[in-house]
Design a protein around this ligand. Structure first.
Ligand code: ATP
Ligand code: MG
Length: 394
């Protein structure tokens, strides 16, 4: 019995003339995601991808798991294939129903109900979809007399898609949607060890944007463990977007200078501006056309409208803030879903918390911040930090 994976697309289906570019990109990304699973062929037609194994030991379960994380896909199903001919379809449908019933019974379920749903893409097929559903439904009921039919709220649905070949399946798993990675340019993510920035990275990646990440590291005020945590977080986000190059900027000297020369109540905004300037240099060097942060309006003193205004002014590139209108709880929910939350809450200090002022000014004016910035030699300090960058392929 031949088995394939069906994968469905969402937004790409709305594309016009450039749709095939997205489709090809998605096929490549799917193949890359299934890299370690064995040889397979990815083909697509009519908003649907078919993953067909080309070797006996193809790792189906792993391939399915990997595809569940591929941007551009909205859902995936393991499916069995047969000829588009009623006798073949019913044999396969009964076998699939039998497997599903055993699975549900194994989970302790009794009084199992089902229904059949048919889609008919093959216009020359002699029966309508309703006729196929009722015919096959009847045969399944005959084969498993204890099974009930429930068209409103069945325990499982047996799906039949009659196309050139016919596909039969019972399970549909959610995939993330969005746009294929690499289809929308590249951005530079400012990643801290916190909850927000990895989520911001995931969200921008979901729109098809490739990512390069920058982390400001203030050793020994922040420990090796804090850096390892950021590497792990970057790796986790990178799993969704084909890997991320992480630039670790030695930031201690800049922070010490801010602490020594600038008014404490403005130190956070001054630091955020300096981070923007350095991140922008990194972005240019690595072909990025925007910066991305995990900021959200009003979350902390450095994220008031006035503070964000001051921060933004230091960058000439667009700064994207995917979390700008989100509550912390919404961010936490995504962090849990993408697997970064547990790592993010590990209690290692980051460079912001170490140097956080007691009473940061929530309404800094750009003028006073700029005046304060003249008190330290930021161009020299930032040059040195930029020159000392360590590159980690996370
Ligand atoms: P996060 O949870 O992402 O750390 P936060 O709510 O703690 O965010 P801040 O610490 O003020 O907020 O940081 C705001 C944003 O600035 C972060 O989301 C991140 O994009 C960037 N950022 C902060 N600290 C660093 C750092 N050490 N290295 C790189 N980027 C940073
Ligand atoms: Mg933080």
């Amino acid at each position: 019995m031949d088995k394939v994976i069906l994968a469905r697309i969402g937004e790409i289906a709305l594309k016009g003339l450039n749709r095939s570019t997205f489709e090809q990109r998605l096929a490549r990304n799917m193949k890359a995601a299934m890299g370690g699973c064995g040889d397979c062929y990815v083909r697509w037609s009519q908003s649907r991808y078919y993953v067909e194994p080309r070797c006996d030991d193809f790792d189906f379960d792993r391939a399915l798991e990997m595809l569940k994380g591929v941007f551009g896909l909205v859902s995936v199903s393991p499916a069995f294939v047969t000829e588009s001919e009623m006798s073949h379809i019913s044999g396969l449908a009964i076998e699939c129903a039998g497997r599903k019933i055993s699975e549900l019974k194994g989970r302790g379920m009794t009084d199992i109900s089902f229904k059949v749903e048919t889609k008919r893409g093959l216009k020359t097929f002699p029966l309508t979809s309703l006729q196929v559903s009722s015919e096959i439904g009847g045969q399944i009921s005959d084969a498993f007399p204890e099974l009930k039919v429930d068209v409103n709220d069945p325990d499982f649905i047996l799906y039949i898609e009659v196309r050139e070949n016919t596909y039969v399946y019972t399970d549909i798993y959610e995939a993330p949607g969005g746009m294929p990675t690499g289809s929308n340019g590249k951005a530079c993510l400012l990643i801290s060890g916190g909850i927000d920035s990895p989520v911001a990275g995931y969200m921008i990646a979901k729109r098809g944007v490739s990512i390069c990440a920058v982390h400001f590291y203030s050793y020994p005020y922040t420990s090796e463990r804090a850096k390892d945590k950021v590497i792990e977080l970057t790796k986790t986000v990178g799993r969704y977007c084909g890997g991320i190059k992480l630039l670790v900027v030695p930031y201690t000297e800049v922070q010490l200078a801010i602490q020594e020369h600038c008014r404490e109540e403005l130190s956070t905004v001054i630091m955020r501006r300096s981070m923007m300037r350095i991140a922008e240099r990194c972005a240019r060097k690595y072909g990025c056309s925007a910066l991305v942060t995990g900021e959200s309006v009003g979350q902390v003193a450095s994220q008031t409208m006035q503070a964000l205004y001051c921060t933004d002014e230091a960058a000439t590139m667009p700064v994207f803030r995917p979390l700008i209108g989100m509550d912390k709880m919404e961010v936490v929910e995504i962090a849990r879903k993408i697997g970064t939350f547990e790592m993010s809450i590990l209690p290692y200090e980051d460079c912001c918390t170490v140097f956080t002022p007691k009473h940061p000014k929530t309404r800094p004016s750009l003028k006073e911040v700029q005046a304060e910035e003249l008190k330290a030699d930021f161009p020299t300090l930032e040059n040195a930090a930029f020159e000392g960058i360590e590159i980690i392929r996370a």
